[in-house]
Write a protein that binds this ligand. Structure first.
Ligand code: 3SK
Length: 507
């Protein structure tokens, strides 16, 4: 039911200024805050520079790299308002990981926080197609601030179709390379009209806060949902549980979006804190254990609203309103979505049977030039890679991941990425990386390593390998546990039996 011509930024931003809501607070941060009118002016200046000086054409892709801050929000909206496509990348990615989306999405222009220039420059050197990186916050003549200094604060949103792509979000990659998931302008509204309106039910007086990177679609929901209703939101560059609690207290936020691990970590730090402003807490990114639900409820009186989403589906598609929550279950399909459980052949299975979660609705998987589309979308259903069961009341209960993804403290980590990083160290002859259960983080990354001949396998080597991985790939992926072994479980054809290794790690 969206109009055929739609630029979603007109809806999220311009509409509020036109309707006399421009002086209301919009984005708040420790360094700078903007009302809707101020954010619109900044977005317009950037959009003018993108189209004028940087020659962005409709459909042109712009890579963004930043921690969560107001400029990240403004550049994101400006690219879309200018008719371009945001290619959002996680701030912790190393040069090697950044080069993949640069090449896959044929990026010629990037906007980047000056604080993250080092890895960006290394990636640029390795990607000849990337012609220009414009930095902000680095005080040079070519900085984004310098470019926008004389730009007009008036800009009419470029006329786009509601089914034009406005976002390519890369998955963290389970097996093989990350996948670029493409989303339309209308998808950005659909997740608000579906999940936010029906399940979250926040209002204009609400103030959102969250800790997930804005480059992760879970995190960007913390921008879209408040802007959909003219509410405000806090963005934080530092998001430890202490930072989050301090910001909740300071800015009197009312809606919190973060991972179960963060809620669990905050519980012990609550004494002496005043977080009485909070009224809704959303938990996603990893499964919410019932003990965490219970402990948060006991400590705060707030029922954690669990939800499952995926980068492919843009945001949450199964959840429950506060009055329908069943602790331990994820919930029911968000209005507009259908979900079911299927077996390995794609056949529906009866309630109470474990199987693969299949979902369809107003958003869906569209991979950028990737054969794996066939695997994810079967007979019109999105096969999410999660094993679930549905009970006879239609509630969905998480069982496990169906693939090799390790979900640790809300981060999705591909074991194969960590293996590749470990194998570049001369002391490693062979390795296998899986998730091991962990009370605090849900799962941790655990590596089983066979050392090269003559190498001493000791605590010093563990520390050295951990540092090595942090230098090769995003530091949050490093193996928190390393066990030295003399052999790894293999199939007859010599492939690592990941399942057997996972069982070993569970023991
Ligand atoms: O991991 C999730 O559950 C999630 C939630 C919202 C948006 C995206 C994702 C991956």
């Amino acid at each position: 039911h969206y109009p055929p011509r739609l630029n979603c930024v007109s809806y999220f931003l311009d509409r509020w200024v036109e309707q006399g809501h421009g002086e209301a607070p919009c984005v708040i941060s420790p360094s700078v805050s903007y009302t809707y009118r101020e954010l619109q002016a900044l977005v317009n200046r950037i959009a003018n520079v993108l189209v004028g000086k940087l020659k962005l054409v409709p459909g042109g892709r712009v890579l963004l790299r930043s921690a969560n801050n107001p400029m990240m929000v403004a550049t994101y909206l400006a690219v879309i308002k200018a008719g371009g496509i945001v290619v959002a990348t996680m701030p912790l990615l190393r040069a090697k990981e950044l080069s993949y989306p640069i090449q896959k999405a044929a990026i010629t222009l990037a906007l980047c926080d000056g604080k993250l220039a080092d890895e960006m420059e290394k990636a640029k050197a390795a990607a000849p197609g990337l012609e220009r990186v414009v930095y902000w916050g680095n005080d040079t003549d070519n900085s984004l601030e310098a470019l926008i200094a004389d730009a007009s604060s008036e800009f009419t949103a470029v006329d786009t179709a509601s089914e034009d792509i406005c976002l390519i979000a890369f998955t963290s990659g389970t097996t093989g390379d990350p996948k670029g998931t493409m989303h339309f302008h209308r998808d950005m509204l659909a997740v608000c009209d579906g999940y936010a309106r029906n399940i979250l039910r926040a209002g204009q007086k609400d103030r959102f806060i969250g800790s997930a990177p804005l480059a992760f679609t879970f995190g960007f929901g913390g921008v879209l949902f408040p802007m959909h209703i003219g509410a405000s939101f806090v963005v934080l560059e530092k998001t430890t549980p202490d930072d989050l609690l301090s910001a909740i207290e300071q800015y009197k936020t009312t809606v919190c979006f973060t991972a179960p691990t963060a809620y669990r970590a905050m519980i012990g730090k609550l004494p002496g804190r005043d977080i009485s402003s909070l009224r809704k807490c959303v938990s996603a990114g990893e499964t919410l254990p019932k003990p965490t639900f219970d402990a948060w409820f006991q400590a705060t009186g707030i029922k954690l609203m669990d939800g499952i989403g995926s980068t492919e589906m843009l945001h949450i598609f199964i959840s429950a309103t506060e009055d329908e929550i069943r602790p331990g279950a994820t919930g029911k399909p968000v209005p507009g979505y259908e979900a079911k459980i299927v077996d390995d052949e794609g056949r529906d299975v009866p309630p109470g049977t474990m199987g693969r979660l299949a979902v369809r609705g107003p958003t869906g998987c569209r991979y950028l030039a990737d054969e794996r589309q066939r695997k994810y979308v079967q007979n019109g259903w999105n096969i999410t890679g999660d094993t679930y069961l549905m009970d006879s009341d239609g509630y969905f209960w998480y069982q496990s991941r169906s693939d090799d993804m390790i979900v640790s403290a809300g981060y999705n980590i591909a074991g194969t990425d960590v293996e590749a990083a470990l194998l570049t160290h001369p002391a490693v002859a062979e390795c296998g990386v899986v998730g091991a259960p962990d009370e605090a983080r849900g799962m941790i990354v655990k590596a089983y390593v066979i050392t090269a001949p003559g190498v001493t396998a000791d605590a010093q080597l563990v520390a050295e390998l951990q540092e090595h991985v942090k230098g090769e790939i995003a530091p949050y992926k490093y193996p928190r546990a390393i066990e030295f072994v003399t052999q790894l479980p293999k199939t007859e054809t010599g492939k690592l039996k990941r399942f057997a290794l996972r069982q070993l790690a569970q023991a």
